[in-house]
Design a protein around this ligand. Structure first.
Ligand SMILES: [Ca+2]
Length: 323
């Protein structure tokens, strides 16, 4: 099994376990000790939206209201959103839409606080069809509060829902009113993975598996060594008739580079046990009828390599190995 196949199998096993909702995700260290043993229900949550206003901007849209990111009334951090609604008016701000699946459970939370001129505040979950037309809304009337209040709800996406957004709607009384909003989060509970008839995970839109695999491959190769590969010089324009040996690392594959000053046969021997026992490689000997060079793709698992020249002609020999 190649490293890539192993990684893919590992990812599929993890996703299968998460999708089943029954197993546990167990982290084991390199010595085989269990580091953590976490029920999947606590892991299988995907944050699809988070807005703390800490970058000083808002990605919400305002309707019959004005929105300002400010630092006077704040729930956490340094910034929160102020939504101003004119006297006697009802207005709202709405988060950008986020993709959901029908029957998907979604949980969301946000902190809010109202001044004395707000008479009514509602949280409205807006479900959209794939064509972004509004499919349905779900309204929650919240308590108007002059101290910060964190409200959260869990809802289930209806049939035909493709996207959702949160709308925070308020009505002002005799004077202009202000609603302050901070820390909006939207999480999917128990992400839905679709499988085909053979049980293979189907990943739409973003190619999640490839992305995870790329990141894992990078992580694994980084763990193996700081560099992605290594160059080892066995001989540098010198006589190798008495034999030159070099130690190899745990390369995934490696290539032998040879350059000679004249005609020579170079014998290649490999050792699996630190140089105690030597075996002649099938590529051996590499014969040069005149000065020249050659590149030999090797890739055998061994600890040491030995090159021996049939005469005293100067040879340069290098190995490039990748992890
Ligand atoms: Ca904030």
């Amino acid at each position: 099994m190649t490293g890539a196949d192993f990684t893919k199998n590992l990812i599929n096993a993890i996703i299968d376990a998460i999708a089943s909702g029954k197993g546990k995700f167990i982290l084991i260290d390199l010595d085989g000790n269990v580091i953590s043993d976490i029920p999947l229900s606590t892991l299988a949550r995907t944050r699809i939206y988070e807005q703390t206003f800490e970058d000083g901007t808002s990605d919400l849209t305002a309707n019959n209201a004005t929105q300002t990111v400010q630092s006077t009334e704040v729930y956490s951090g340094s910034y929160a959103l102020q939504v101003t609604i004119s006297a006697g008016q009802t207005g709202y701000v709405e988060t950008p839409p986020r993709p959901v699946s029908p029957n998907q459970q979604v949980t969301f939370a946000f902190a809010h606080k109202e001044d004395a001129n707000i008479t009514d505040i509602k949280l409205i979950v807006v479900w959209y069809r794939t064509n972004m037309h509004e499919l349905a809304t779900e309204e929650f009337t919240l308590d108007v509060t002059d101290t910060w209040q964190l409200d959260s709800r869990t809802v289930t996406a209806p049939k035909n829902a493709a996207y959702m957004a949160l709308r925070i709607q308020a009505t002002a009384g005799a004077s202009d009113g202000n609603v302050y909003i901070d820390d909006i989060t939207i999480d999917l509970i128990g992400q839905i993975f679709r499988v085909d008839g053979a049980g293979q995970i189907k990943v739409a839109d973003t190619d999640l598996l490839d992305e995870i695999q790329t990141k894992l491959d990078v992580a694994l190769s980084t763990r193996a060594a700081k560099d992605e590969g290594e160059t080892i010089t066995i001989a540098n324009n010198e006589d190798i008739s008495a034999g030159k040996t070099a130690a190899l690392k745990n390369f995934k594959r490696w290539t032998l580079y040879l350059k000679t000053a004249g005609a020579i046969d170079i014998t290649i021997e490999l050792s699996p046990d630190g140089g105690t026992t030597w075996y002649k490689a099938p590529e051996s000997p590499i014969s040069f009828s005149a000065a020249g060079d050659d590149v030999v793709e090797m890739g055998y698992d061994c600890t040491h390599i030995k090159l021996t020249g049939s005469n005293t002609t100067d040879v340069t020999a290098q190995i490039r190995g990748v992890y």
